[in-house]
Design a binder for this molecule. Structure first.
Ligand code: GRF
Length: 177
């Protein structure tokens, strides 16, 4: 079963839902995440794990891992989750945590990948689905797809379309393992 971690809009969560994948639980570090409302609308168990409520990040991550595992989660998908995960979380799901990132990693890691690709003047950027380690977008790449920067006006929209197609594909393949 899949656990999805979210922080924002939740369009990637929606793509996973629409693909009919077996999602058991949705967790967020942000109470205001619209993704939580999507989860609730779909009838998925959803819970907030705000850092401020815990002694430290490892304590928060342990409780989040407990909650997911209680719901049968054995594959974790970061779908716009904007916090680093500590080893306290990652060691509970070895080789079973994946993320979608809007660049051709290792280029442009971090929270501003599309803006940085534009500022660097590259002609081609893309989307990466990768395993998560405790670095910033540093885990092994599973799949990448290129996206042309021009026309710029539609770049964000085209990047999202690729995310929403390849993330569910990769997750379905990992579920089958
Ligand atoms: C996506 O662009 C993803 O690549 C990045 O954050 C964004 C999240 O979007 N890590 P959403 O919350 O899935 O709509």
């Amino acid at each position: 079963m899949i656990g999805v971690l979210v922080s924002g809009e939740g369009s990637n969560l929606q793509a996973l839902i629409d693909a009919g994948l077996p999602i058991a639980a949705v967790a967020s570090n942000r109470r205001a995440a619209n993704a939580l409302a999507r989860a609730e609308r779909t009838g998925l168990p959803a819970r907030v794990f705000e850092l401020e409520q815990y002694a430290d990040r490892a304590a928060r991550d342990r409780e989040m891992a407990d909650w997911l595992q209680l719901r049968g989660v054995d594959l974790v998908v970061l779908a716009g989750y904007m916090h680093l995960l500590t080893p306290a979380f990652l060691e509970r799901f070895p080789e079973r945590v994946v993320n979608v990132h809007p660049s051709l990693l290792p280029e442009f890691p971090g929270a501003h990948a599309i803006d940085e690709a534009l500022a660097a003047g590259v002609e081609t950027t893309g989307v990466t689905v990768h395993y998560v380690d405790d670095g910033l977008d540093t885990g092994d790449v599973i799949r990448q797809e290129t996206v042309a920067v021009e026309p710029r006006e539609s770049l964000v929209e085209r990047m999202h379309a690729v995310e929403h197609r390849i993330l569910p594909q990769v997750v379905a393949e990992l579920c089958a393992r």
